[in-house]
Design a protein around this ligand. Structure first.
Ligand SMILES: C[S@@+](CC[C@H](N)C(=O)[O-])C[C@H]1O[C@@H](n2cnc3c(N)ncnc32)[C@H](O)[C@@H]1O
Length: 377
């Protein structure tokens, strides 16, 4: 849509009377002039403006991260000239950037200087968040034409993560490493949330399929001394896992099997199999065949744990439906799914006792568990 091509009027006939009222300009003016209603109208107006301006907010965030301003403010307050030094940004523009970041709660203006704010400090404390924000430049370009994205045009993000097209495309170790590092950095919170929701302390052997360079198994091994650990991922990905396990002193508890779940059988011997941030990269056909392979690899009574960000299903959520779903759309190979949808796929693959373990941080992950039925009992 362009300015020369104005939007058609809202389809009032299809909306309920209350929505028709809210969409009316006269009603909005009336509300703005009425003392108590004015507060609600203002809150709605601000929320609407945040939607309108969201893309500017994320670019301010991107500039702040790229220039490492929050790190510099952790050393103490600084003025615009100090922050601008060496950045090729003029001090008055730096002041504007810092004011923008202050409005977003990342910094606080204090006269002619800026200091770190609680939200800015929290951002630095989230492992992998800065790397995630930096790589969003790719998704941002794909979203510049949202209709092209929705219509299925080629995306830059799908070329950024070529491994998802299949094991053959993941042969380049440099690409695999760039991707795996980003995943491993952001794994800490996912692991924390997952281990809070399922008790793996008494597992015999945990096989982590698509386990990347072993960040989840390393955290699991540190948290619980009992389980033996088994990693399965693509041949280009697993080499870095050995060093991670060795550094954590877990070398003698770990087995590593390189392979592709598209082409190779999953190794047997595990009583628990985890799929952490794996399903959303793949279409339903691949997911069903993977869940079938997991079912076949587990003994009767064996457990499947799925942990990944999910959509809200009938109640769409900001993290699931207005972020991860679009991220997956730009990846082009998979899709973010609701817990109900994943549970249905698990049931189709033969699992029972399918349980939603929930989440406290839906923007990090959501956990489900299921069992291969033990037909002898
Ligand atoms: C989104 S990453 C998640 C990595 C890790 N589980 C985590 O949460 O950090 C998906 C993982 O699945 C692996 N993967 C993708 N296709 C695969 C395949 N066909 N066989 C085995 N692993 C695969 C990728 O190499 C990658 O490590």
């Amino acid at each position: 849509m362009t300015l020369a091509d104005p939007a058609p009027p809202p389809r009032a006939a299809r909306a309920g009377w209350a929505m028709r009222l809210v969409a009316s300009r006269r009603f909005q003016s009336l509300v703005a002039a009425t003392p108590i209603l004015r507060r609600f109208a203002r809150r709605d107006g601000e929320a609407l403006f945040d939607l309108v301006a969201g893309f500017v907010h994320s670019q301010i965030l991107s500039a702040v991260v790229e220039l490492r301003l929050l790190h510099r403010l952790m050393d103490g307050p600084a003025d615009a000239a100090t922050l601008a030094a060496g950045t090729h940004v003029a001090p008055d523009r730096m002041a504007q950037l810092c004011d923008g970041a202050s409005a977003l709660g990342l910094m606080r203006r204090d006269g002619a200087t800026w200091r770190i704010a609680r939200r800015g400090a929290a951002l630095l404390g989230v492992p992998g968040l800065e790397a995630m924000i930096a790589h969003h430049s790719v998704l941002y370009r794909d979203l510049a034409d949202p209709l092209a994205l929705l219509r299925g045009g080629e995306t830059e993000l799908s070329r950024f993560w070529p491994y998802v097209f299949g094991a053959g495309a993941a042969a380049d170790p440099a690409t695999a490493r760039r991707y795996s590092d980003l995943m491993a950095d952001s794994q800490a919170l996912v692991t924390e949330e997952t281990l809070r929701r399922v008790d793996l302390a008494r597992a015999g052997t945990v096989l982590d399929v698509g386990g990347g360079t072993g960040a989840f198994l390393t955290a699991l091994g540190r948290a619980h001394p009992g389980p033996r650990l088994h990693l399965f991922d693509l041949p280009a990905v697993v080499p870095d896992a050995r060093a991670r396990f060795a550094a954590a002193g877990l070398g003698d508890r770990v087995t590593i099997t390189p392979g592709s779940f598209r082409d190779d059988p999953l190794p047997g011997g595990a009583d628990t199999i985890t799929l952490v941030r794996v399903l959303y990269d793949h279409d339903d056909t691949t997911v069903l065949s993977l869940l079938g392979a997991v079912h076949a690899a587990l003994p009767p009574g064996g457990r499947l744990i799925v942990s990944e960000p999910m959509t809200g299903g009938d109640r769409p959520s900001r993290a699931g439906d207005a972020y991860f779903a679009f991220y997956c759309m730009a990846m082009q190979t998979g899709r973010a799914r609701s817990p109900e949808r994943i549970k249905a796929l698990m049931a189709q693959a033969g699992f029972t006792r399918i349980t939603d373990r929930g989440t406290t941080r839906p923007f990090v992950t959501h956990v489900l568990s299921a069992e291969r039925p033990d037909l002898s009992t």
